[in-house]
Write a protein that binds this ligand. Structure first.
Ligand code: ZN
Length: 304
């Protein structure tokens, strides 16, 4: 759940780790070529596996792990305890792009991979990341919801849960996953910020706030379909886009929503406008990116 936006803006933070590298692919291609297995492989298969087109690998709570699944004739099915995962690549090397929950504990994590008749468990390590904690003393009135507001919020949370559980085929198989920033402006590094009001911990801030004036057009960062348009208690005017395979993005506090459920957008298409609706301190865009039902740091999807 999204909480009021922090006031401070500074540079975004994003950890990066080396990942399954092109040289590995090159060696594998050479092996396949020398074995005579490459004749029918189109050049586009190379491009589809270009790791520069994928989000950065950052194996921390709220980050993204790019896990190599190796070669296979067909796209493997990967899941994390039953939640299906985004799998990209080609027959040379498939890669699971896994969202790591902000609530994940540092240490070993696992995904399950089904490829043909084979099922295997793949382990990876999540590193610790200390997100900033803010302890605030505020008037109880500002944190305790009235019963009718609480009831409204619970209804809205149940509805949004159904949006988050979507897993659809992407419009374009293996399209690039690097995103365009949806509005120009200063980005906050407040993803993961933990707030404690009067000693009570709140959900951490699960998106990126971008400073922009009311009325600034917001554009689609990737091709996607509008799957929810609503006015919510905390988030105000809100739109969700589905980019396929469990990759969704969310836009909050909007002043205008110039779109309808079912609209299909290309990268760069304007579909709503920045505002200050819902529980906010001023106009800005709250931008959330979700992978396998997990809010992850949007900065990992932007050009570094
Ligand atoms: Zn926010």
């Amino acid at each position: 759940m999204h909480r009021p936006a922090p006031d401070s803006f500074d540079l975004p933070c994003a950890g990066a780790q080396p990942q399954s590298s092109p040289p590995n692919r090159r060696r594998l291609l050479q092996t396949l070529a020398s074995a005579g297995g490459l004749a029918a492989l189109p050049w586009s298969a190379w491009a589809a596996g270009d790791t520069r087109l994928w989000p950065q690998d950052s194996r921390v709570p709220g980050g993204v792990a790019r896990l190599s699944l190796g070669p296979a004739a067909q796209r493997p099915f990967a899941h994390a305890d039953g939640t299906p995962l985004l799998v990209v690549g080609d027959m040379i090397e498939w890669t699971a792009i896994v969202g790591i929950p902000l609530s994940a504990q540092p240490g070993p994590q696992h995904i399950q991979v089904q490829s043909g008749a084979t099922t295997q468990t793949l382990a990876y390590q999540v590193r610790d990341k200390k997100y900033t904690e803010q302890r605030l003393k505020v008037s109880p009135k500002t944190v305790d919801l009235a019963p009718e507001d609480l009831a409204r919020h619970e209804r809205e949370r149940a509805h949004q849960q159904t949006i988050m559980e979507r897993f659809t085929r992407p419009a374009t198989e293996d399209a690039a996953l690097r995103m365009q920033q949806p509005v120009p402006g200063r980005r906050s590094s407040s993803f993961g910020l933990r707030r404690v009001f009067n000693g009570q911990p709140r959900n951490p801030h699960s998106g990126m706030d971008i400073a922009a004036a009311t009325g600034t057009p917001v554009v689609a960062p990737l091709p996607g379909t509008v799957v929810d348009v609503g006015d919510y208690f905390f988030n105000g005017g809100t739109v969700w886009l589905d980019h396929g395979a469990g990759l969704l993005s969310m836009y909050c506090h909007l002043s205008r929503m110039d779109c309808h459920v079912g609209d299909v957008l290309r990268t760069g298409d304007a579909f709503c406008k920045v505002g200050a609706t819902g529980r906010v301190t001023g106009p800005h865009l709250h931008w959330g990116v979700m992978l396998n039902r997990t809010m992850v740091d949007p900065a990992l999807f932007l050009p570094s």
